[in-house]
Design a protein around this ligand. Structure first.
Ligand code: ADP
Ligand code: MG
Length: 271
């Protein structure tokens, strides 16, 4: 019996009828790139308030799945539902307006803006419904948003770099900056694609602590992560992708001891 079937057979729960407290429902998603099946038959439920890790070897389809969720890629089949709203077919900015924020694998920051300005942009755009860079409007006048941006920047450990241009930052710092850009939106769902990649160990640990604090605030998170220390520090539940398919789902201890997962990682790092 598969782990997925085990979960479906837990009392009071059924895959067919949906998982209790599911806030993000990924239903039978399929995505191919020129004949390569990047995602096949992917079903996944993320529950309200949990931190759900998606792990798997390189090329397993993790980033593709995240891009399907945020509207950057259209699935060939299947759908993604967030809190009862079908996301599939919506534009990325529409999905963002529904309360879904993301931190991409390759940080996407505005290189010619300062750290402070970068963090103010999503807050201004959320307030106004759009954002256009206006050279005649000083960001500094937006007192309330600026104050909040400063406090979020402090929480990710970038206060000393407030006035630095984003272009000059290291990859690890850009990642923390992007996390701040996500957090200032107060999203209901935060999707993170390898948020600690490129970070030194002490910055990784600081990010783990920050994500733990955010969890206490009740925000639902999906985290794609390669670093098993991060995964096992944060995850309430884990889904394992290999070759575009979910091969296991469960609590961290169940995943750690699952032979299929160990096999998928053979030749990679140890789980
Ligand atoms: P992961 O994030 O788990 O490392 P990805 O989702 O990035 O994996 O990639 C899954 C598979 O799909 C890989 O074989 C990758 O080469 C392929 N792939 C991803 N994006 C594209 C694309 N835009 N065009 C063609 N192939 C892609
Ligand atoms: Mg990836």
């Amino acid at each position: 019996m598969s782990v997925a079937e085990d979960i479906a057979n837990e009392p009071g729960r059924s895959f067919e009828r949906g998982v209790a407290n599911s806030v993000l429902h990924i239903d039978d998603v399929h995505k191919s790139f020129a004949g390569l099946h990047a995602l096949s038959d992917v079903d996944l439920d993320v529950r309200q308030g949990e931190t759900h890790a998606i792990i798997g070897p390189n090329g397993a389809g993790k980033s593709t799945l995240l891009n399907v969720c945020v509207g950057r890629l259209k699935p060939d089949r299947g759908a993604v539902v967030f809190d009862g709203t079908v996301l599939t077919g919506k534009q990325p900015h529409e999905i963002n307006q529904l309360g879904v924020a993301r931190v991409f694998q390759t940080p996407e920051v505005f290189p010619d803006l300062t750290v402070l300005e970068n963090v103010m942009v999503p807050a201004l755009s959320k307030r106004d419904g759009h954002f256009r860079l206006n050279p005649f409007k000083s960001f500094a006048r937006e007192n309330h948003i600026r104050d909040e941006a400063v406090s979020v920047i402090e929480s990710v450990g970038l206060k000393a770099q407030l006035s630095d241009m984003a272009a000059a930052m290291s990859r690890g710092d850009k990642r923390r900056l992007e996390l701040a850009m996500g957090l200032i939106q107060h999203p209901r769902l935060l999707l993170l694609d390898e948020p600690t990649a490129g970070m030194a160990r002490h910055d990784t640990n600081a990010t783990i602590e920050l994500l733990k604090q955010i969890k206490q605030g009740g925000m639902t998170k999906v985290i794609i992560e390669h670093d098993m220390h991060v995964v096992f520090s944060l995850a309430d539940r884990i889904s394992v992708l290999a070759g575009g398919r979910i091969i296991a789902q469960g609590k961290p201890d169940e995943i750690k001891n699952n032979p299929k997962v160990r096999e998928a990682y053979l030749g990679e790092e140890q789980v």
